[in-house]
Design a protein around this ligand. Structure first.
Ligand code: FES
Length: 88
């Protein structure tokens, strides 16, 4: 009989220069929320924006991930050494 679930080691990424450890499989958007950061970017007028749909539709969760601007944080799983930079 197979194990129903396999435990994965937590992963540590950096959000705006701060090390954050989350369970493996956590999306970057969820990691932001777990740290109390709900703002991922600002719109052209400077108003704060954050994840709305959580499934890649609204584009409100964009941030810079590993140097790639405008990346949808809700679709990227956290992994060790990931570098996330937000506007908020
Ligand atoms: S939360 Fe809507 S695209 Fe990421």
């Amino acid at each position: 009989m197979r194990e129903a679930s396999s435990k994965k080691a937590p992963v540590t990424l950096r959000i705006n220069g701060h090390a954050v450890t989350v369970p493996a499989g956590t999306s970057v958007a969820a990691a932001l929320a777990m740290t109390g950061r709900f703002i991922s970017r600002a719109d052209l007028s400077g108003r704060p924006r954050g994840p709305m749909c959580g499934m890649g539709v609204c584009f409100e969760c964009r941030a810079t991930i590993d140097g790639v601007a405008e990346t949808l944080t809700c679709l990227v799983p956290c992994r060790d050494d990931l570098e996330v930079v937000t506007d908020g």
